[in-house]
Ligand binder design. Structure first.
Ligand code: BGC
Length: 385
């Protein structure tokens, strides 16, 4: 693996990154590939329930030049997601053409000197799974296990780091509480069942991968929020402790014996009070999220107690004016390295996202990319990093 001594890290004044530290960027399948026609998202888009993703950033066809650009930018890791609905468009039917497509994609990442970090399930489900109840159906653990086993069997040697499911808590919140993602439910009573099925799915995916590849590094991707008491009262501190446990630790603790590594996504902080949520430190991005770089340090210390290697799998900013991104990355990496110096086993930092993406229910308006995409012409242009 090449060490990062490159353009981006120099420009960000990061100094030399530690030997072997992974530094790169990521994307998911549906958000950039285009034409993900067998997925529940595509289906909902066609029903008019979501913005249409269309050809997205056409990453399905343009990955080679995108990885070349990532390599030129000096990265040594790239995170992608494999689309379950491409591998298994119908129940029990493995699409070998898609398997070969991902093989070529993974080999291309390697050829460009990048470590291959792969998420097996990033928000989307095959439409056949959704039609059978999706996350509400306990069979999903078996289906996902089978799929993970197929990927490990057929593509395992092309994958360096595995993540099973992206952001279980976001699935609960966006699909079952706020009702903004498929299946658009606003029913908190479904949350315990869905959570149970997600945890069982993670375990079964982990087991199926490890059965075939005992030395594989397999984890989950967890989105954690840094909570801070708005007032320094016992009440506010108690609320913060509770939220922080439920939101940041509970899921990990339920699967600790099925985790070799942890993927941490960090975007924002929340200052909370028993008198309602409020804002304190307010450096807002286009998403309206309040960013706070030192929060990453606290979150790393918090989950550092599990003594597992941690990769920051997502940290990013929607910033169309491109005037905050550089500083955002530099400060977050600084705090990640500080936690590392203090003994937390932080192994890498992956910016979200490499390209501008289809930002789920928000469509194409939000600009997270290190690389700007003109969605008319598919031209790429490096942003100010
Ligand atoms: C998701 C990404 C998404 C990002 C920004 C994360 O929760 O994993 O897919 O693009 O947030 O909204």
């Amino acid at each position: 693996m090449k060490t990062v001594t490159n353009t981006i890290s120099e420009k960000l004044f990061l100094g030399g990154l530690p030997e072997g530290f992974l530094f790169g960027a990521g994307v998911s399948g549906h958000q950039v590939e285009g034409g993900n026609v067998h997925s529940d998202w595509w289906y909902a888009e066609q029903q008019g329930q979501l913005p249409v993703s269309g050809v997205a950033a056409d990453f399905y066809n343009r990955y080679e030049t995108d990885f070349a650009l990532a390599a030129q930018m000096g990265f040594n890791v790239f995170r992608i997601a494999i689309e379950w609905s491409r591998i298994e468009p119908e129940e029990g039917k493995i699409d070998m053409e898609s398997v070969e497509h991902y093989r070529r994609m993974l080999q291309s990442i390697k050829r460009h000197g990048l470590v291959r970090m792969v998420t097996l399930q990033h928000f989307t489900l095959p439409q056949w799974v959704a039609a059978k109840g999706g996350w509400e159906n306990p069979d999903i653990a078996r289906w996902l296990g089978t799929y993970a086993g197929v990927v490990a069997e057929l593509l395992g040697e092309e994958i360096d780091i595995f993540f099973t499911i992206n952001e279980p808590e976001v699935v609960l919140l966006m699909s079952y509480v706020r009702g903004l993602h498929p299946p658009f439910k606003k029913n908190v009573f479904l949350v315990p069942r869905v959570l149970r099925n997600i945890l069982a799915s993670h375990r079964s995916m982990y087991e199926q991968v490890k059965k075939r590849l005992p030395s594989a590094q397999v984890g989950i991707v967890k989105n954690n929020v840094f909570y801070e008491p708005y007032y320094s009262t016992v009440f506010d501190r108690a609320v913060v402790r509770a939220l922080s446990y439920v939101g940041n630790e509970y899921i990990l603790e339920k699967i600790l014996d099925h985790l070799d590594i942890i993927g941490l996504n960090y975007y924002f902080f929340d200052s909370v009070s028993v008198r309602g949520r409020t804002t304190k430190k307010a450096c807002k991005n286009d998403m309206g999220w309040r960013t706070y770089p030192k929060g990453l340090y606290y979150l790393l210390k918090q989950i550092g107690k599990y003594k597992k290697p941690i990769y920051i799998t997502e940290n990013g900013i929607a910033n169309a004016r491109d005037d905050m991104r550089q500083r955002f990355i530099a400060e977050h990496v600084h705090w990640a390295l500080q936690a590392r110096k203090e003994g937390v086993d932080v192994r890498g930092y992956v910016y979200w996202s490499f390209l501008d993406t289809y930002e789920w229910h928000d469509g194409y308006g939000l600009k997270f990319g290190l690389v700007e995409v003109n969605f008319e012409t598919q031209m790429r242009r490096r942003r100010n990093v």
